[in-house]
Design a protein. Structure first.
Length: 459
């Protein structure tokens, strides 16, 4: 008889993750979940995982549960954005294994908080995986099968709503940006390329070997992404270019090297300070101004507007404001080049109403748009999408590079004051995101927008 996924007694491993209850209150304590809700969660998790191509293992007694049917070889393979991207090399048929150290807490958290509880359980060290990306990719591919259809219709009765405090009002947006991007410039420098680009690179070709690329190779891939966006924007000598979302200044520096005059804005004080230093070191301070400014407060008209993975932080409530600003800031004949992560429309609608693990711990107030929402909101603002190309497989690889580098810098991350729970949080975030692209659940697009001729004539 196959042992139940729930058969093991709760166990805390000897090397349990130390959790600071002040910094991580919801990780330190088990949630208050009724016996009925926990039992339902146990049953649902047991049935869902038993059908998936993964293995469950317990540290209590060494027992394991293989899937009821299927293996990795039955899953679709291909490029993210088309179908899916394999997480293991061809010919490797091993199943990813989820190891439960404390099944009682694991199911109790899921019963109380769903996928937030799943992530918090990992942060607490209650479960591990031999191939975290592979495991999360399997879950992402089968996300619509994890909960029975009748219960999915009741989703609104049990999922948590997004906190009102996370709304991206002018004050809220600054707070939300600071919670992520102001963590530490030194932290980001440990795993990004030397140019500090925190968005998808474009590889040529996609790497075929494991392990991190050299700094030069990774930076070249990030510059390839930047150059494609600047080409879309038509940036060159004399171009008046606005960048919404500075990052650490690499795009602005590269645009200035083409002869453009660049105004770039950010809400991150940490990024602002370092971007200004990097602009000066690059010798382009006479052509680049870096400002702490909300996109809603920008004035002027520009030949080109570029914004890289900024819309995900805007929030659906403010997408009309964002696209209206793009249109208002565009000079006659101007071009807007965007890079945006996307997700399927139905999933976006469900996520928009839900407080997720990502919105709680990584990107408060954010929402990944769907291609349909990008088209609708841009059209409503008087903009047309005239170019659209996808690079989902490239984002999966970018995230793998970041994750490999982050894992290799564990001692340095700890030296910056980030505790074991934060390190598990960050590894889970990078793996979770990579799995989204490998499964085809997420994609990343480069878009060119121009003014609709009908609105252009009326200005």
């Amino acid at each position: 008889m196959t042992p139940s996924v729930l058969s093991a007694a709760p166990v805390t491993p000897a090397d349990a993750v130390p959790v600071d209850p002040v910094r991580w209150p919801d990780v330190a304590r088990r949630p208050r979940a009724s016996a009925v809700r926990t039992a339902v969660a146990r049953r649902l998790v047991e049935r869902a995982l038993a059908r998936l191509p993964l293995r469950i293992q317990h540290t209590a007694d060494g027992s394991s549960v293989a899937p009821g049917h299927g293996d990795l070889g039955t899953l679709p393979r291909g490029r993210a954005g088309d179908a899916a991207v394999p997480t293991r090399r061809e010919g490797d048929t091993a199943l990813p294994t989820l190891t439960l150290h404390d099944p009682v807490s694991f199911h109790r958290r899921i019963g109380a908080d769903g996928l937030i509880g799943f992530g918090e359980s990992y942060m607490a060290g209650e479960w591990d995986a031999d191939d975290l990306v592979g495991l999360l990719t399997v879950l992402a591919r089968h996300v619509d099968e994890l909960v029975p259809a009748p219960l999915r219709r009741l989703r609104g009765a049990w999922v948590r709503r997004r906190p009102a405090a996370d709304r991206n009002t002018p004050d809220g947006a600054r707070t939300n940006i600071q919670r992520h991007y102001d963590l530490s410039n030194e932290l980001f420098a440990l795993f990004l390329d030397p140019g500090l680009s925190y968005s998808s690179a474009v590889f040529d070709p996609l790497p075929e070997h494991d392990g991190p690329l050299s700094d030069a190779e990774f930076t070249a891939a990030q510059h390839r992404k930047i150059d494609r966006l600047l080409d879309l924007a038509g940036a060159g000598p004399g171009t008046e270019l606005l960048e919404i979302g500075t990052g650490w200044g690499e795009l602005a520096i590269r645009a200035a090297a083409r002869g453009a005059r660049v105004r770039t804005v950010t809400l991150s004080a940490e990024q602002l300070a370092l971007a200004r230093v990097r602009v000066a070191q690059a010798g382009v301070a006479d052509r680049v101004s870096v400002e702490l400014l909300d996109y809603r407060d920008i004035r002027g008209r520009y030949d080109a507007v570029v914004s890289v993975e900024m819309i995900e932080a805007v929030g659906a409530e403010y997408w009309p404001d964002y696209f209206a600003a793009l249109r208002r800031l565009l000079a006659p004949g101007g071009r807007v080049a965007l890079q945006a992560i996307t997700m399927p429309h139905e999933r976006m609608l469900a996520t928009a109403r839900t407080h997720t693990w990502i919105s709680k711990y990584v990107f408060p107030g954010g929402l990944i748009p769907s291609p349909e929402s990008l088209a609708r909101e841009s059209a409503a603002a008087g903009l047309r999408i005239t170019h659209d190309s996808g690079y989902g497989a490239h984002y999966a690889e970018t995230l793998r590079q970041w994750r490999e580098r982050f894992r290799g810098q564990e001692t340095a991350v700890a030296a910056l004051g980030f505790d074991p729970v934060f390190r598990r949080l960050w590894e889970f975030y990078l793996a979770y995101s990579e799995a989204g692209f490998r499964s085809g659940y997420l994609d990343v697009r480069q878009l060119l927008l121009t003014a609709d001729p009908r609105t252009e004539a009326s200005r």
